[in-house]
Design a protein around this ligand. Structure first.
Ligand code: C5P
Length: 237
């Protein structure tokens, strides 16, 4: 069994709007409720720690809306920090003491509501079999350009061997805690968990996931997620 930490303390500055993006509604549920639902419905997930912004006013309604998905599993809420990594560290501290240091834990962005259960399954199996751990990722398909300061193309970066990092990311509790604490002590801002492990010389496994495990960053992403939900409902009849 596995615990999941869901950082949901971001203000969504790039998205704009009054409501944080994790609380916008799609198909009658908030983005955060969709995200938590996928995790809680997986038979191997035993509980979730949701990390919220201080003063969050919206969590209670979302918590009530996922009770069916939770089906008796534990849901713990705590308060995050100013950077994503601070929020994940806060979540790690809230895990029950029964989660040993060598037990693997998932970290999954609140803003990724379209995780496919099959991808979660593959990540859990392959990640646990790896001594370092693993992340979901997708190979880069576009040609990449590095810009100069005038906004012109400086160079083309070969895309072979380049991947886009996604979540969930899946690492042993102890290693992940040490890696994030070490980055914080060094004043290094890490944008995902794998980056913190890389600083320690570790090389997490890349597990290829579906392209549509999108992170909701702009209103267009929300529109795409809405469309994906409608397609799914049509397919389900
Ligand atoms: O800002 P970004 O889209 O990279 O955030 C990824 C996830 O991390 C989001 O689910 C967001 O709510 C969360 N986050 C957080 N605490 C922060 C910043 C972001 O929990 N201080």
């Amino acid at each position: 069994m596995t615990w999941a930490i869901v950082p949901a303390a971001g203000r969504g500055a790039r998205f704009g709007g009054e409501r944080p993006k994790q609380y916008l509604e799609v198909a009658g549920k908030t983005v955060l409720a969709h995200t938590l639902g996928v995790l809680l419905r997986h038979p191997e997930v035993s509980g979730v720690v949701v990390v919220l912004a201080a003063g969050d006013q919206d969590w209670t309604d979302t918590a009530l809306s996922i009770l069916n998905d939770a089906a008796g599993k534990s849901i713990i809420a705590c308060t995050g920090g100013s950077e994503r990594a601070d929020s994940v560290l806060a979540g790690l501290r809230e895990l029950p003491g029964s989660v040993a240091d060598d037990e693997y834990v998932l970290v999954h962005d609140a803003a990724r509501p379209n995780l496919h259960p099959f991808d979660l399954d593959v990540l859990l199996k392959r990640g646990r079999a790896d001594p370092v751990g693993a992340i979901l990722a997708a190979p880069v398909r576009d040609t990449l350009k590095r810009a100069d300061s005038a906004g012109r193309i400086d160079t083309t970066t070969p895309r072979e061997s380049l991947w886009r990092a996604m979540t969930p990311q899946y690492f042993p509790r102890g290693t992940l805690t040490r890696a994030l604490e070490s980055a914080r002590a060094a004043g290094v801002s890490v944008t995902d968990e794998a980056m913190a492990l890389e600083r320690l010389g570790l090389h997490p496994l890349l597990v290829e996931g579906r392209e549509d495990n999108l992170k909701i960053t702009t209103p267009a992403d929300l529109g795409y997620f809405e469309w994906l939900q409608t397609q799914r409902q049509l397919a389900a009849g």
